[in-house]
Every structure is written in structure tokens, then in C-alpha cells.
Design a protein around this ligand. Sequence first.
Ligand code: SAH
Length: 362
Amino acid sequence: MTSTDSALTPFLSLSRDDLILWLKDVGVPAYRGNQIWSWVHQNCASSFDEMSNLPQELRDRLKSSFTLFQMEPLKHQKAKDNTEKLLLRLRDGEEIECVLMRETNRRTICISTQVGCAMGCTFCASGLLGLNRNLAKAEILEQIYRLDRLLKADERLTNIVVMGIGEPLANLKELLPALSTVHAEEGMNLGVRRVTISTVGLPGKIEELADTGLPYNLAISLHAPNDSLRTEIVPVNKNIGVEKLLAAADLYFEKTGRRVSYEYILLGSINDRPVHAQQLAALMKGRNAHVNLIPMNDVAELPFHSPSAPRTKEFERLLKEAGVNATVRKRKGADIDAACGQLRLNEQKQKADGAQIVTLKT
Ligand code: SAH
């Protein structure tokens, strides 16, 4: 990136109307707008030079007004199971990460919404260094488009999970416009139902999301079946409480018709006892819900560990026996620190240790 680039407007921050206005201003016919939009939002073009059906003069004009991709890939890792992960440096030097996961019929990407996180969950690598800032719409879209470009010709993006670094509901202002660009027919045309937003559980924001009327899948990071334990491991629970959270989730289900899923990270000897399964089952009773059990991904700095496989199975069995819809989440990309925030954290640590960053161009 040259120093002049930073004065340019990120193209991905534009709405279609913004583009139409700009074209009018520079005296270019409006139909060019469709071509440009489709290059950017359907073909995920990374530069204006790729736009082969535009006159050179227009490409130059775009280049002198806008930047397209503005992040720098610092790392591109590929796991044995073909999960791929990008560590991206933003224009202001901050770093975020995003992931592409491959399953038989699914190509799911996991994106970040903030630089760091303010929620302070005790087992999570993303929040260890606090929150620096929200990501902008353009930065959210660029993650999606960069990951899409990693797909092979015969692969198609099928799902987005907003489960990367940050609390998505604390940044709805930038997240929703980014997603609506992706849902649009003139964009990737990816259905709202193919997107899952994961939240620590902020009731007011859950209501705000429900009020959009858009049927996003909502995943709530519950992680504990009672207030004292939840407040211990998910500190924001102190001012919320499980009851209020579940009430917001019920309202979300009523308004959108989407079954809410509850994430429950299993932390050995902390929230994995039979009594916790019983309490969790009692909370889920009568709710059309799904519980996703997540074995803890070890984070070197943190004193928590995933329970053994038999203990995990037993927890799942107890839930099922009590009539709860429960599954254990498959681990993806375990050999590349694919749990959110781990790669960034390791990078920050290395920097603090004065180690060199290896720059891989993708
Ligand atoms: N802030 C949002 C979304 C980002 S975290 C939320 O809390 O849901 C996405 C999911 O990963 C959450 O369920 C979170 O609790 C979980 N998670 C965080 N650290 C983890 C770890 N070390 N191992 C496994 N899951 C983790």
C-alpha cells in the first residue's frame, strides 16, 4: 500500500446509491455501475484492474478515487482438514482473523466484527487484550470476499457464521449493512437463513435484531446453567442474568420463527458436571431450542481445558435423556489455532517478544 492509498475511499464502504451518484458526478453512464458492482460484490474482485469489461480510463478513474482490498494478509494457514485461516492487517495496523471451513456439502466462513472484544469471557482468547474498535462495513465485507476467493472453481460459499473476534451485536450498525450487501441479488445472493450470528447475549440488542424482521439464525453463548457460574465465566452476565437472556431469546424465536441455538463450551471441572447438565435441561424444557456443546479449544494463557471425550459424551447423553436437542460441535482446524482470537493473540505475543512476523502473500 502506498501512502496515498490511505486518502482514498474504501470502495466496499459504498452503497449502490453512493456508486450511482459518483458515476453521475464523473459523467459515466449508469449501466457501468452494474458492471462494477457485479465485479466487486459477485466476483469478489480484489483490484480494479481485474474489471476487464470496463474502459481503461474508467478503471484508472476508480483507482484514483477508491481502494478495493485494503487489508494485508499476514498469515494464511491451511489445516489438515482443509480449514483455512487468514490473519489480516488493517489499514491502521490492527489485526483480525477469519476462517474458511469445509464440510461435505458446506463451505462455511467465520468472520470477525471487532478488533478485540469487551465482553471478557474468561476462556476466550479474543477478549484477553480488551476491545480496540469496531470493524467497519468495508472490513467485514473484505473478510467475506477474501475467503470466497480461496474457494476452488467447483466450490460455493454456503454459510456465514459471525463467530470470529468480537461481539457482533455490539456492532450491528456495521454488520447489518455488510450482510445485506451479501444477501442482495446483485451481490452474493446468499440467504439470510444461511447466516448465524453468535452473541454473548445482550437482550436489548437481541430485540433490535428481532425487530429487523430478518430470519438470522441466532446462537447464544450460554455456557453455564445458573447465574453464579455464568457470571464467573461470562462476566457481562452480572447485569443481565440468565432469565432475562432466555426471555430475549424466546422473543427472538417468536418474532422470527427461527429456533435459537445455545452454545455451551465445556470447561473441564467447571461447568461439565451432571448437575450442570440437569440444570441446563431444566432451562431448555419447553423451549424449541438446540444446544451446541463446544469442547474448549485450549488457549495457552488460560487455565481451562476441555473435558475428556467420555465426559463430553456423558454430558450430551444426559441432555438428550432429558429431551434436549443437543450435539457436540466438531472441531475444525485444530492444528492451526482456528478458535477465534488465538492466531491474533499469538501474533501479538510474538510482537511483544520482539519476534519477526512472517509475511505470506496470498
Ligand atoms: N462474542 C460472540 C461471538 C464470538 S465467540 C459470542 O460470545 O458468541 C464465538 C463462540 O466461540 C462463542 O460461543 C464463544 O464462547 C466460543 N469460544 C470462545 N473461546 C473459545 C475457546 N477457547 N474454545 C472454544 N470456544 C470458544
